[in-house]
Ligand binder design. Structure first.
Ligand SMILES: Cc1cc2nc3c(=O)[nH]c(=O)nc-3n(C[C@H](O)[C@H](O)[C@H](O)COP(=O)(O)O)c2cc1C
Ligand code: SF4
Length: 453
């Protein structure tokens, strides 16, 4: 991780960052078992195996760890939902499908430190009494797939996976599955259908995965970072974990800084840090430019502006300010960026990734794209703005899964903060931004007419 040369004491990384999962990413061969063991690897597992499974679940629950996949659901509570003594197999499925625009933490984590996930998987499976776990990995990232396969091989060879793990009597098989490139397969029930060999589309709930998940058996679905955080909690203690962050959002987490910033990257810090602090310590926006808008947790979370630089980046703080912490993907856009263009690109993504199962999302995202493209090209009329809002309103909360809500978020929030900019496109009959100055234009030749012809 590169940091700014000039660091103010109040915002010094030593003071603000809390590298745990990322603590030794800079080391040579950080991903190997040997490196992991040098950094107390698998010590959390040793401690976990001395506890009764129910006590272990209670410990993780008491730590306050919340799911890092977006919704922030308490991890220990999710494990507790798995019925015990039901005679059925139990499964742990790790969601490594990471595909949301801007979200980029699980893939680097798996690339640099895959054993933290494997150790977390063994601990979680011991707790929920599972003897088979799966990792559903985004299929496009072949180098990560290879690295994960190699780490799993190392773990089997060293006795951390397989039969009678560390002499505890625990047996565990771990299967790594590569997806085929659909964003919807990150939605946990679509993921389960995909893992079973079906077309990945969300399932009706109830029943919830904890009751009838993979192969209709009790299943925990957790994000990579959630599970990878568990070993450190066991090894260093829940009080240490709770000493960071706030009462309702304790602990450390990975913030992914991207976009028009001087030093993009992963910044691991206690929950509740602000974007201002992250920018101050990392070199700020790119030279000569200022922040215009940003997402706190990927493109599906309502955007913020420079008014929100001091919002604490935890679940409650971001929620109170009108957005969601989501995946902590802090995509920063400077004043050269056309917000209409950015929202159009995101909406095209949602329309493309809509699985088509329900009408509000399938039809609504299509129509949003048509309207946005017209507005961007200077062919819109004022009534289109209310229509955009109306269509988004008919998707939000009325769709079968949260992809629909995510598609509505950028529409609502951009109209809230940048309605004037939409109006400028309409009255000026085109985009007022200079394509030569904006990196958002790099993907297409200058001139909207070509795009929309
Ligand atoms: C369209 C869509 C895509 C999602 N993609 C992911 C993903 O790539 N990774 C992930 O962990 N959760 C993703 N989720 C959230 C999962 O459904 C689920 O809440 C999460 O895996 C639970 O893990 P956690 O409790 O550890 O956060 C997605 C949700 C939706 C609606
Ligand atoms: S909201 Fe979209 S992605 Fe989700 S089920 Fe409906 S069509 Fe599919």
């Amino acid at each position: 991780m590169t940091l700014a040369a000039e660091i103010d004491h109040e915002t010094s990384p030593e003071k603000l960052l809390a590298p745990v999962l990322s603590a030794f990413w800079d080391e040579e061969k950080s991903w190997t078992l040997e490196t992991y063991l040098r950094h107390d690897g698998y010590e959390g597992l040793r401690k976990a195996l001395t506890m009764a499974p129910d006590d272990l679940i209670a410990y993780v629950k008491d730590s306050g760890l919340r799911g890092r996949g977006g919704a922030g659901f308490p991890t220990g509570m999710k494990w507790q939902f798995i019925p015990q003594g039901d005679g059925k197999p139990h499964y742990l499925v790790v969601n490594a499908d990471e595909s949301e625009p801007g979200t980029c933490k699980d893939i680097p984590l798996l690339f640099a430190n895959p054993h933290s996930l494997i150790e977390g998987i063994v601990i979680a499976c011991y707790a929920i009494r599972s003897s088979h776990a799966f990792v559903y990995l985004r299929g496009e990232v072949v180098p990560v797939l290879r690295r994960l396969h190699e780490a799993v091989r190392e773990a089997y060879a060293a006795g951390y996976l397989g039969k009678d793990i560390l002499g505890s009597g625990l047996d565990l098989e771990l299967t790594v599955h590569a997806g085929a490139g659909a964003y919807i397969c990150g939605e946990e029930t679509a993921l389960l259908d995909s893992l079973e060999g079906r077309r990945g589309q969300p399932r009706l709930r109830p029943p919830f995965p904890a009751v009838a998940g993979l192969y209709a058996c009790p299943t925990v679905v957790n994000n990579v970072e959630s599970i990878a955080s568990v070993p450190a909690i066991l090894q260093r203690g829940k009080d240490w974990f709770k000493s960071m962050g706030s009462e309702k959002s304790p602990g450390f987490t990975l913030y992914s800084l991207s976009g028009h910033v001087t030093n993009p990257g992963q910044y691991e810090a206690p929950l509740g840090i602000t974007l201002r602090q992250l920018l101050d310590m990392s070199g700020g926006m790119r030279a000569g430019h200022r922040l215009k808008f940003w997402t706190p947790g990927g493109s599906s979370t309502p955007m913020f502006t420079d008014e929100h630089l001091d919002v604490p980046l935890d679940y409650e703080g971001v929620g109170a300010a009108g957005s969601m912490l989501g995946t902590k993907a802090l995509q920063c856009f400077d004043e050269t960026t056309c917000v209409v263009r950015a929202v159009t690109r995101w909406t095209e993504f949602y329309a493309h990734e809509s699985c088509g199962k329900c009408t509000p999302c399938r039809e609504g995202t299509y129509w949003l794209v048509q309207l946005l493209r017209d507005i961007e090209a200077g062919k819109g009329v004022m009534a289109d703005l209310d229509k955009l809002n109306d269509i988004a309103d008919n998707i939000n909360g009325k769709s079968f899964c949260a992809l629909g809500d995510g598609a509505a978020s950028p529409i609502f929030s951009s109209l809230k903060y940048f309605r004037e900019e939409y109006e400028q496109h309409i009255t000026g009959k085109g985009c007022p931004f200079d394509p030569a100055k904006s990196t958002l234009w790099a993907d297409r030749p200058a001139g909207n007419a070509q795009v929309n012809a």
